[in-house]
Design a protein around this ligand. Structure first.
Ligand code: GRF
Length: 192
């Protein structure tokens, strides 16, 4: 991705489906002095996604799409992104799979955070799988989004130790805490 020059911030859209703790954290990151991004839009496929409250709280434009017709929905989203001059998409707990066509249109400008040490445990239930397999380490990854799910180039990873007494819930909590450090760090890495 291009280097940022001067004071121009990269207009960013965050896509969410749930709690939005990463969204909230990215908003916080967008307000520090050295940040390369501004958050101008949040998109959700879930009307009642809890994370949408941060859009209200921080006065960020929000749009909800139900994705019943993926092709139509993506067309609407692409128009909106163009209108808002968005040039970075951060997926943060977004539970819909974007089409090859959509990704192509935004090639190299969509990133995602995933709660595992990719390429291990693509897809869902990553914490459960790590516990079930008695993994000694777990973690999270920020990567570029390509048409193959959770398979794009890795930008940054954070590895943590799994404690003997951890279960999927405690592990998820620990990893989420690391995610909140990793996502901003990965964005800084891309643009510096
Ligand atoms: C995070 O664990 C993220 O890695 C995964 O979904 C979860 C979203 O959490 N893709 P939140 O909505 O940001 O709190």
């Amino acid at each position: 991705m291009e280097k940022l020059t001067g004071l121009k911030k990269l207009k960013t859209a965050v896509f969410i489906s749930g709690t939005g703790s990463n969204f909230r954290n990215l908003i916080k990151f967008s307000k520090i002095k050295k940040t390369p991004i501004s958050i101008n839009l949040v998109i959700s496929n879930v009307l009642k996604a809890r994370g949408l409250k941060y859009a209200d709280q921080f006065n960020i434009k929000k749009k909800i799409f139900n994705f019943s017709n993926i092709k139509d929905t993506e067309k609407k989203i692409l128009n909106l992104l163009k209108k808002e001059k968005i040039n970075l998409i951060c997926l943060a707990g977004f539970m819909k799979i974007l089409s090859k066509n959509f990704i192509k249109k935004f090639n190299g400008k969509i990133i995602n955070i995933h709660p595992s040490l990719l390429p291990k445990y693509k897809g869902l239930n990553t914490h459960f799988k790590a516990i079930k397999n008695k993994d000694r380490f777990a973690g999270c990854t920020v990567h570029y989004v390509t048409e193959n799910i959770d398979s794009g180039k890795i930008i940054m990873q954070k590895k943590i130790k799994v404690a003997a007494q951890d279960n999927a819930i405690s592990l998820a909590k620990k990893i989420l805490k690391q995610e909140h450090k990793l996502y901003p760090a990965a964005i800084m890495r891309i643009f510096n």
